[in-house]
Ligand binder design. Sequence first.
Ligand SMILES: [Zn+2]
Length: 269
Amino acid sequence: MDCRVTQKELLPGVFQWTDRMGMHMTLLVGEKRALLIDTGYGFDDLRQAAARATALPLAVLCTHGHHDHACGNFQFGSVLLFPADFAVCETYAGGWRERVWGQAVDKKIDLSDWNKEDFIHAGCGRCAPLAEGDIALGGLTARVLSAPGHTPGSAVVYVPERKLLVTGDDWNLTTWLFFPEAEGMAVFRASFDRMLSLDFDFALCSHAEGLYPRQALLDFRAGIAQDPLRAGSVPAPGMWEGKRVMQCHPALGQTFCYDFDKLPPEERT
Ligand SMILES: [Zn+2]
């Protein structure tokens, strides 16, 4: 297993990693400890990537259990995850590995450092229960908050010293709320409001490079309120077999796809 992770320091002690599949992870390096947020598709040697950045003890947490965030969990002794996503992690990071291999082949990713069977059977690692609260890294704090929406056990991480919010998949330039395990719109909006109650200036998401200003999330939230959502949505067929997925553009350059049947009853008429 090679390490083809690239790294950019976006703020002091805040590194954005990109794995060979183009998936992003976040490494926070304090004075005493480091914290890796998400483990990507798992094709790259993440321990080697961490060793390049820091010699400090490393803890690992997953924002949620989807395959593109947790397939690298097997490389660590244990990975923190909210228990509400343990089953999600088994399904996607454990059960979808052959599909993930196929996605990499389709993208023409060089997998010559891998044996296919080894990857498929690597499993989803051992999950340890994550709890809300502060993880002190020394001069840098990872404040973990529960933000159910994209999945029931989704977490976001707030770094007060850098006024930074790491959103996982609860906010991206394209935000998805239609997987079978996704929460309903009311729960998602409540989580989003909780995120916005934090004093952050920048957001780091999983599927785009670099920092985004707080205003991008404020615009998104305004665009998914009941009336603009209803006015701006069109069906997005083919996103998920058997689901009525809708799509809208809550703000310039942003897309939101959601499950129509998980709208509050009064919005489904
Ligand atoms: Zn996800």
